[in-house]
Write a protein that binds this ligand. Structure first.
Ligand code: BG6
Length: 464
């Protein structure tokens, strides 16, 4: 067996800062955080933890804790800043330096092409609702493959087509901040097509790596076991998981998905016959799973569609949704929730991995994100994040159990490498192994979990 990959993850807009340096163009998130009334925590990613200037320090900390892989994303707008399509050499230089610095430290770079930050000019023509974005994505991906494909062993096309569209067009907390299922379906379909077409492009080249897609997964569980609950479970699985996982692994959408969409009066004229061939040819080598919680549901009981996410914290508002005619969220009073109203249920790691093993012929998987967001405090120069250690420790135990039982899980990335911009949640919701003192020159302070993770990696790799 190859060495298990143990590492951590970030995404460009969330950590790089340097939002307008070295020729970078504007992305939808620059625009959102500077101008949108929906930016409810009134912060931006202009500087964030300044990874752009401090990546060497960050990589040294990863190395020091025995992490042997780093998942990060490329900011499309550093490579192609605007609608002229001209390539920005300084953007290529930055990622070349980052990739080379990983390799020098024996840290495997796991590179995501797109993690939410669309170029602003594409966002303005409808983003993923517009097919032109797909062509532009393929063009951008090809430039990245040509520039870095000789050194990158793991590529990811798209981060979380499901959760991203859910936020943009369901909850409406990400730009364009609407609740519109017609637009939701179209953008989601185009994202999957974009991913498939990029994979087709990848297969044409002589690159050393493997390519996958990252899905924000959560195995579905129901309150009851009767027929109504089984139907709700299937609907919730279609809605949250299968349109992504079936499509990128099997190469086609589940039949009953289109049936359900038509039943919900979704106009599917954006689905073209000729796309089928791209989906068939553009399947993944591996699945990345971002796992934070399960999907716990019950039968739809009435009322309009309503999606609510808690971006303000404080623990009082729970997350969940009613999807008209499909299912609704169930709440289990015995399961704890975090300060943002999301279940803390580590066992779902095992259930999810075993489901993927069973359903998809034990495809290689990576846990590309898992972690625990909380309000960490710096006290006397230290952060004692024992809650994170306890919860993430449980998740990892369940992952190792699945591995022991034959699941083809090949790596684990903790979200996140260091504290960073948590999208609409701002900076107070922290996930990092390393604390960032945002008020004190972005000083890096490893948390207790950093040392705990170091030990855990050491022990696991020793046992191999
Ligand atoms: C994942 C995303 O959905 O969850 C990350 O890929 C994100 O970008 C992470 O930061 C945690 O979510 P949040 O909203 O708490 O930052």
């Amino acid at each position: 067996m190859e060495k298990f990959l143990w590492g951590s993850a970030t995404a460009s807009y969330q950590c790089e800062g340097a939002w307008n340096e070295d020729g970078k163009g504007e992305s939808q998130w620059d625009d959102f955080s500077h101008h949108s009334p929906f930016n409810i925590n009134h912060v931006d990613g202009d500087i964030s933890c300044d990874h752009y200037h401090r990546f060497i320090e960050d990589l040294d900390l990863m190395k020091e804790s025995h992490q042997n892989t780093y998942r990060f994303s490329i900011a499309w707008t550093r490579i192609i800043p605007d609608e002229t399509g001209k390539v920005n050499q300084k953007g290529l230089d930055f990622y070349n330096q980052l990739i080379n610095a990983c390799i020098e430290r024996h840290i495997v770079p796991n590179v995501t092409l797109w993690h939410y930050d669309l170029p602003l000019h594409l966002y303005k023509i409808g983003g993923w609702e517009n097919r032109r974005t797909i062509d532009e994505f393929v063009n951008y991906a090809k430039i990245c493959f040509e520039a870095f494909g000789d050194r990158v062993p793991l590529w990811v096309t798209v981060n979380e087509p499901g959760f991203y569209t859910h936020c943009c067009y369901g909850a409406g907390n990400y730009p364009p901040n609407v609740c519109d299922f017609q637009r939701y379906a179209k953008a989601g379909y185009h994202l999957m097509l974009g991913s498939a077409r990029v994979i087709e492009e990848f297969r044409k080249g002589d690159y050393i790596g493997k390519i996958g897609l990252v899905h924000a997964s959560g195995n579905v569980e129901t309150k009851g076991t009767d027929e109504a609950n089984q139907i709700a479970a299937r609907n919730a699985d279609l809605f949250n998981n299968l349109w992504v996982t079936d499509t990128c692994i099997r190469g086609y959408f589940p039949d009953d998905l289109f049936y359900k969409l038509r039943e919900s009066q979704i106009d599917l004229s954006f689905v073209k016959e000729e796309d089928k061939i791209h989906f068939r040819n553009g399947t993944v080598d591996f699945l990345g799973i971002n796992l934070y919680c399960r999907t716990y549901v019950k039968p739809y009981s009435g009322g309009e569609t309503n999606v609510h996410l808690n971006n303000k914290g404080s623990g009082k508002i729970l997350e969940g949704e009613v999807i008209k005619g499909w299912y609704e969220t169930a709440y289990d009073p015995h399961v704890k929730v975090n300060q943002w109203g999301r279940e803390i249920y580590p066992r779902c790691m095992y259930d999810e991995l075993m489901t993927i093993k069973r359903e998809y012929d034990n495809i290689p998987v990576f846990i590309t994100e898992n972690g625990h967001g909380c309000y960490d405090e710096l006290i006397d120069g230290q952060v004692d994040d024992k809650e994170r250690i306890e919860i993430v420790g449980e998740f990892i135990k369940w992952m190792l159990k699945a591995r022991e039982e034959g699941c083809n899980v090949q790596g684990y990335y903790m979200w996140s490498t260091m504290d960073l911009y948590s999208w609409v949640n701002g900076y107070k919701k922290r996930y990092g192994l390393v604390y960032i003192d945002f008020n004190n020159g972005n000083k890096r302070i490893p948390k207790k979990s950093y040392y705990w993770y170091k030990k855990l990696i050491e022990n696991d790799l020793k046992g191999e």
